[in-house]
Design a protein around this ligand. Structure first.
Ligand code: ZN
Length: 518
């Protein structure tokens, strides 16, 4: 694998509204670079967006749909032109519609949600599912096994693995992934001919699986901090993660070639990440932060996942990890801290006051025995919450969403910390905003036309459902297997539980994982 997503001709979608073969985004047009730069994170103006697919008209009729500001409504007519919704009209029985509209209507029985955003993913960790669950172990022994897989991946095997993992995400209703990507270089840290070959493999993988990606290109420079605050050099598989310094990271990130809107293709956006205060010295963070600020890109960082990180950071800097990021000007409404589990002192105040997103990954945090972060406290302080599948222990956004509430219940001995609408918002609107897609994650006119329909007649969900109970039922009882239909950018991606671009997702996963395990 040597090239980035091969731009396909801007072919019109198939008559069914399905994605063009391979889901590869069309090439950018010259007008992109000529158009004025919008404010950071503003959606590109329609005329400036990279040649959007032919502006096909679509119409869906949702039995139930979750709409912003209105909650769950019945009989919702949803219309789109090209990749944007044009109108959303509740209380519109299909039988009342004119015959020509009724004839091209796609019926969506069940509850229809906006596309979900997986705000924190390491695609290759999927290969470890079930393997690291056996026997005893800690976060650190899990990390050693993860490094063994990292050591075996190359651009071709990573493309195959990530394509299958992103297809699994699509089947789970995830239409956008934030890929926290640090496996940059070849064995021993030798760059590939194109130093971004691994990142481009991920972008291609997402396109082939039909979902949107924000490539959170991650700066990872040192092997960690000892408990006494001594910095350790990269070693073993970690050598593949490292750039020379922050400036070298920024030069490589620049070479990805984002346009003036931060877009890498129709379905891909550039973002940045500081792996953690363990992996990036303070003096090297500045280049990463400046790069993200310059192009208005999302900036993500792991934060206080383990108490040992706090101890080491306090020893090295006399500040907590949150204080260090705050002092470095890394926090703010374009920033996301991932985990935020072991917060102390004024950490919550700094994160909330700066309106930094807090990304919770409850299934991974439970699997790795990280602990339970202060989700309610962070939300109350001003942090929008987002959700991630992180280590891919499972890929199920409903489980992540309810995990936030259930964790609070276990920690506090009380119920009812988050309404189901707040948890759904974390999985959709706020997740997309944290990844630089503020115009996705809502079923509303003008938004990107992504839809996820959850069947309500499965074994898990069968029983009386009303508009008042439907969202809570799905958030607290649905699984990824209940997702029936997924639409991305106005085009069908999953129909009746079948992925249209990756025909046999389990077989693709099995082949890709077998290829990278010892
Ligand atoms: Zn992570």
């Amino acid at each position: 694998m040597t090239t980035p997503a091969e731009p396909a001709s801007a072919a019109a979608p198939a008559p069914s509204g399905r994605l063009p073969s391979g889901g590869i985004p069309p090439a950018r047009t010259p007008s992109d670079s000529d158009s004025p730069t919008p404010p950071p994170l503003a959606p590109p103006p329609l005329a400036a967006r990279p040649s959007a697919p032919a502006r096909q008209l679509r119409a869906w009729h949702a039995e139930l749909a979750w709409l912003p500001g209105r909650g769950v409504c019945s009989d919702v007519l949803i219309e789109a032109e090209g990749d944007r919704f044009t109108a959303v009209t509740p209380q519109t029985p299909a039988g009342d519609l004119p015959a020509d509209l009724r004839g091209r209507l796609t019926r969506l029985p069940g509850l229809t949600l906006p596309g979900m955003a997986n705000a924190h993913s390491h695609a290759f960790h999927r290969a470890l599912r079930g393997i690291t669950q056996v026997g005893l172990g800690t976060f650190w022994t899990w990390r050693e096994r993860m490094y063994q897989v990292a050591a075996r991946l190359d651009p071709d095997s990573y493309l195959a693995l990530a394509r299958a993992v992103y297809a699994e995400m699509a089947l789970a209703g995830i239409t956008c992934v934030g890929e926290f990507h640090y496996l940059h270089h070849g064995p021993g840290g030798t760059p590939y001919a194109d130093p971004n070959e691994m990142g481009r493999a991920l972008i291609t993988a997402a396109a082939q699986a039909g979902i949107r990606i924000t490539l959170l290109d991650t700066c990872y420079l040192s092997g960690g901090l000892s408990r006494r605050g001594e910095r350790q050099p990269l070693a073993g598989a970690q050598l593949r993660f490292g750039d020379r310094d922050g400036e070298a990271w920024a030069a490589r990130a620049d070479a990805l070639g984002a346009d003036s809107h931060g877009l890498l293709s129709l379905l891909a956006r550039a973002g940045a990440a500081i792996h953690s205060v363990r992996a990036v010295p303070l003096e090297q963070m500045h280049a990463v932060i400046a790069w993200a600020q310059r192009i208005g890109a999302p900036l993500h960082a792991h934060l206080s996942e383990q108490p040992a990180e706090n101890e080491a950071c306090l020893a090295a800097y006399r500040r907590t990890p949150a204080e260090l990021l705050y002092d470095a000007d890394a926090l703010g409404p374009r920033a996301t801290v991932v985990h935020a589990t072991h917060l102390v002192g004024r950490d919550v105040e700094l994160l909330g006051g700066s309106r930094t997103f807090a990304c919770f990954c409850p299934t991974t945090e439970a699997d790795l025995a990280d602990g339970i972060g202060p989700a309610r406290e962070l939300a109350a302080a001003g942090c929008p919450l987002t959700l991630g599948t992180d280590s891919q222990a499972v890929i199920d956004m409903f489980e992540e969403a309810r995990g936030v509430e259930l964790g609070e219940r276990l920690a506090s001995g009380q119920r009812g910390h988050f309404r189901s609408g707040e948890l759904a918002r974390a999985a959709t609107t706020d997740g997309h905003a944290s990844l630089g897609w503020p115009d996705a994650g809502e079923i509303a006119a003008g938004a990107i036309a992504d839809l996820v329909t959850v069947a309500l007649d499965s074994t898990r969900l069968a029983g009386a459902t009303t508009p008042r109970t439907a969202l809570a039922k799905v958030i607290f009882a649905a699984s990824a297997a209940d997702v029936r239909n997924v639409v991305v950018g106005g085009a069908d991606l999953v129909v009746d539980g079948h992925h249209l671009l990756v025909d046999d997702v389990p077989a693709a996963l099995s082949a890709a994982i077998t290829a990278v395990l010892d």
